[in-house]
Design a protein. Structure first.
Length: 275
């Protein structure tokens, strides 16, 4: 009996100090393992290290559509750089502060179609004038979601793991008039010659920058994870990491503009934080 009690007491600490497990899902924006950003990995590893005393974080990669599906179905699933929408806010718990900001999507078209357009254009007006678009079903176009839904008879939906790659190619093959995408993505998936055949314009309906957030399933673990993320994002360690992350991805001018937004909107009570 004493032997059994001793074994039980030896095993007890393992149960007492077991950390909750959170599945942190990343989506593969590009197609090949070698194209993943080292900056992205270093950035998210900073959060994982800071959370290691509170959570056992298991990392997984998948495509964007499956990532959203798993985030909806898993009781202990989280992700980052997720765009907020009204529908997603009903499903997920989002961090208070963006995990990153990035240059906004632009309107892309063949030069012969778009060359006489002004620098800023309205997607609503283009759709009203019967222009056609290709859209990716697994992503959100945020301010334009409702407009694109109204004109879905003029939009070609793209579904599948390589949807980002196929988007610009539909435009090149003249299957649609325009696409809405990030310049980085269009440039990545096209050759220099193909990319040079396109032009882009700012979109009136969008703010200058887009924001991605940490998001978790609405579970107890998810709520606790986001709570810890919110606390971490006010720490000097994470604030410095956010600055380094954006400085590595953008030139000094863009990084300065992004950090000015962080400082004014999210860190205004932290007088010791300056860009």
């Amino acid at each position: 009996m004493k032997t059994l009690l001793l074994i039980f007491l030896m095993l007890l600490p393992n149960f007492t100090f077991a950390l909750p497990t959170v599945k942190l899902i990343s989506y593969d924006y590009f197609l090949h393992e070698g194209e993943k950003s080292i900056n992205d990995e270093q950035y998210i590893n900073t959060f994982i290290k800071e959370l290691s005393n509170q959570f056992k974080v298991e990392q997984y990669n998948t495509n964007a559509a499956r990532m959203l599906k798993e985030l909806s179905n898993q009781s202990q699933a989280c992700s980052f750089n997720i765009l907020k929408t009204a529908q997603r806010e009903k499903q997920f718990i989002f961090s208070d502060i963006p995990s990153s900001m990035f240059l906004q999507r632009r309107l892309f078209g063949l030069k012969e179609t778009i060359q006489n357009f002004p620098e800023k254009v309205s997607i609503s007006k283009l759709l009203a004038n019967n222009y056609t678009f290709a859209v990716i079903t697994s992503t959100s176009y945020q301010e334009l979601d409702s407009t694109l839904m109204m004109y879905q008879h003029q939009t070609a939906p793209i579904i599948g793991a390589d949807s980002f790659s196929r988007l610009a190619k539909l435009l090149l093959h003249k299957r649609v008039d325009f696409i809405i995408d990030y310049d980085m993505s269009v440039n990545h998936f096209l050759t220099d010659e193909q990319y040079s055949s396109l032009e882009s314009r700012q979109i009136i309906e969008y703010p200058e920058f887009n924001s991605g957030y940490f998001a978790c399933n609405n579970s107890q673990e998810g709520i606790e994870f986001i709570s810890q993320i919110n606390t971490l994002m006010q720490s000097d360690t994470i604030r410095n990491s956010i600055k380094q992350y954006h400085s590595a991805d953008f030139g000094p001018e863009i990084a300065h503009q992004i950090m000015a937004i962080y400082n004014a909107k999210y860190w205004h009570n932290n007088t010791n934080n300056r860009d």
